[in-house]
Design a protein around this ligand. Structure first.
Ligand SMILES: NC(=O)c1ccc[n+]([C@@H]2O[C@H](COP(=O)([O-])OP(=O)(O)OC[C@H]3O[C@@H](n4cnc5c(N)ncnc54)[C@H](O)[C@@H]3O)[C@@H](O)[C@H]2O)c1
Ligand SMILES: N[C@H](CO)Cc1c[nH]c[nH+]1
Ligand SMILES: [Zn+2]
Length: 429
């Protein structure tokens, strides 16, 4: 892992965008093919890219039951406890309608309505992510979405991982399809014979999935384009090198394009973390992925001061930030841009990935400057409602008409003026 002076921090450029460009053509072809050929295209692509020859796209009740029956009861309990924590935190995010009384009878409102149907993409491919099932499904259920659908690519044997099915059942989701990649996103957006279209698609995935979400945006809503995982750690000489190294590697093992950055005021810690990363890399089953990520997108930066480290993090706006310093809460208050912040040595990032209750679907690629992680807000919409009494109308319509004429919109002015006789007079006619 490289060590550099912090002045070079922002030269850490990712080449993810370039990889994306190469996939755009494929993704557009896949979407067109699914629109034209429906289920047949889904079967063909699943055979081509996942190696599975399916006869049925939908997961049956029996498959879910079988997965549950064979699953380690301790893990079921762990998933259930994680689900309860996620449910508890997300329930706090539920918003009431806003009612604003204008006079005795007139009012305006902000009315909250859950979305009717959402599709959750659960990545398959290189790993199974039951935690992502919980992180996507629970906020949707808490928001009150009626139809929640899961799509995920099957194994060569035509199965979804038991852990994904168990997590889906714990979250209360029963409509699950064995399809992944851009073809799954196209099916959710446009519908096929088997999969009815949805209103919004959420969930992370590889660059084919991310690009497909971008392509169908407008036809349906999407949560975000969540790219490869990222972590930045601010640490001083109170941090332990082995702990810091393991936190960097926890993100690196996700993806060859994941980025892991340490910003420290301690040169000693920097050198020790460098050695530790190398030592611990050899112990990881996904060493090849983690090593590629650390070599291409990993760096240890030496900062002159913690204030400079804070500035760099605010510029970088990382998906995850860990603060392992003498007074981490004080540093945390100065952070303006990060998807999620983990304070102190006992709040390592996997606490949030799996268990504590916060969401792990977070903005990447510096988009934490202007966006937030997945929440109940992603599964609702807000409609304004207006009720004007005759008295309110009487009082304000001349002002509205004048404002309309200021914009030379005579039709608007006449619309508001056209009520210039009361209901009683109307009924008397
Ligand atoms: N941000 C988060 O919360 C979070 C959580 C979990 C995973 N992730 C990320 O999700 C991603 C998972 O990626 P993955 O690949 O393992 O699974 P995936 O499910 O996203 O993608 C697998 C699918 O990609 C498609 N595909 C593969 N090769 C293709 C090709 N040559 N042409 C067209 N389509 C092709 C296939 O349809 C396949 O089913 C990783 O980047 C990981 O970091 C993020
Ligand atoms: N750290 C990932 C988001 O960047 C989420 C995840 C899922 N499983 C483990 N981790
Ligand atoms: Zn993770």
């Amino acid at each position: 892992m490289k060590i550099a002076k912090l002045s070079n921090a922002m030269s850490l450029q990712r080449s993810v965008e370039q990889a994306n460009v190469n996939h755009v053509k494929t993704v557009r072809e896949v979407i067109d093919h699914v629109r034209q050929n429906g289920d047949k295209a889904l079967f063909d692509y699943t055979e081509k890219w996942d190696g599975a020859k399916l006869t049925n796209l939908q997961v049956t009740k029996e498959e879910v039951e079988a997965a549950f029956a064979d699953f380690d009861p301790q893990l079921v309990q762990d998933l259930e406890e994680a689900a309860a924590n996620i449910r508890a935190f997300h329930t706090q995010q539920v918003r009431p309608n806003i009612d604003f009384q204008l006079d005795e009878s007139s009012y305006i409102k902000y009315k909250i309505t859950p979305l009717d149907a959402v599709g959750l993409y659960v990545p398959g491919g290189t790993a199974a992510y039951p935690s992502s099932v919980l992180m996507n499904a629970i906020p949707a259920v808490v928001a009150g979405v009626k139809r929640v659908v899961i799509v995920s690519p099957p194994s060569k044997e035509g199965k979804l991982p038991a852990s994904v099915l168990v997590a889906a059942r714990i979250a209360g989701i029963t409509e699950i399809y064995k399809v992944g990649g851009a073809q799954a996103i196209a099916a959710l957006a446009y519908g096929t014979e088997t999969i009815k279209s949805v209103d919004k698609i959420t969930g992370p995935g590889n660059s084919y999935v991310a690009l497909a979400k971008r392509e169908v945006f407008g036809r349906v809503a999407i949560d975000m384009i969540a790219g490869p995982s990222e972590i930045a750690i601010i640490a001083d000489d109170t941090a332990f090198a082995d702990e810091v190294a393991s936190d960097l590697l926890a993100q690196a093992e996700h993806d060859r394009f994941a980025s892991s950055v340490l910003i420290t005021t301690s040169e000693k810690l920097a050198r020790e973390v460098q050695l530790e990363v190398e030592r611990q890399l050899k112990q990881l089953p996904r060493e090849d992925i983690a090593r590629a990520s650390i070599e291409n997108f990993g760096c240890i930066y030496i900062a002159e001061s913690l204030a400079k480290a804070v500035d760099a993090v605010n510029e970088l706006a990382p998906e995850h930030l860990e603060i392992i310093t003498e007074q981490p809460e004080i540093i945390s208050e100065q952070i303006r841009h990060a998807g999620a912040i983990f304070i102190g040595r006992f709040s390592s990032e996997p606490v949030g990935d799996y268990f504590v209750g916060t969401n792990h679907v977070l903005p990447t690629n510096s988009t934490a400057r202007f966006s937030s992680g997945l929440s109940v807000d992603d599964f609702i919409k807000k409609t304004s409602v207006v009720y004007y009494s005759e008295e309110m109308w009487q009082k304000h319509y001349p002002k509205i008409a004048r404002l309309a004429r200021l914009e030379q919109l005579e039709g608007h002015a006449r619309s508001v003026e056209s009520r210039s006789w009361s209901k009683e007079e109307f009924h008397d006619c």
